[in-house]
Design a protein around this ligand. Sequence first.
Ligand SMILES: Cc1cc2nc3c(=O)[nH]c(=O)nc-3n(C[C@H](O)[C@H](O)[C@H](O)COP(=O)(O)O)c2cc1C
Length: 134
Amino acid sequence: MKRLIYSSIASDDVDFDTVGEILTHAVKRNKEKSITGMMIYDGHSFLQCIEGDDLVINKLWEKLNTDQRHHFLHINGEEHDEKRLFSNWNMGYMNNSHEIQEMIRKVTGRESASFETLSYPHAKVLLLQLSFLL
Ligand SMILES: Cc1cc2nc3c(=O)[nH]c(=O)nc-3n(C[C@H](O)[C@H](O)[C@H](O)COP(=O)(O)O)c2cc1C
């Protein structure tokens, strides 16, 4: 099983409604492909973890890279693992900026941090802790 965490910046015309549409489609597709994960959106940037078979994740990564709804994709980290972290979620989602910022403070000890500056361990713990609030 491959796990990949990346961050990206939402395109100017993307708002909370658009992200809702992205998510609905993603959950449906991910279910079909046994992809699990967690995504957060703070109104400006995305941080997303995707987990699944190597080939399936590589294919999704290619698609994500050509998706005009976001840009500046940056891989925070990736690894292989026996177990999924987000087995309950075909794509968990949180967009509460306050909760996100609070958890960033707890996890990193920093006052604030943009998603792309998070180390892989910090990004992983952040998404996992936020998924517990869902
Ligand atoms: C921030 C963001 C996250 C996305 N997450 C997923 C995802 O988890 N799964 C997925 O299939 N598509 C996701 N997409 C959409 C893909 O980029 C692409 O549009 C989709 O895979 C194409 O779907 P199709 O298989 O119906 O052609 C995401 C797009 C954005 C902008």
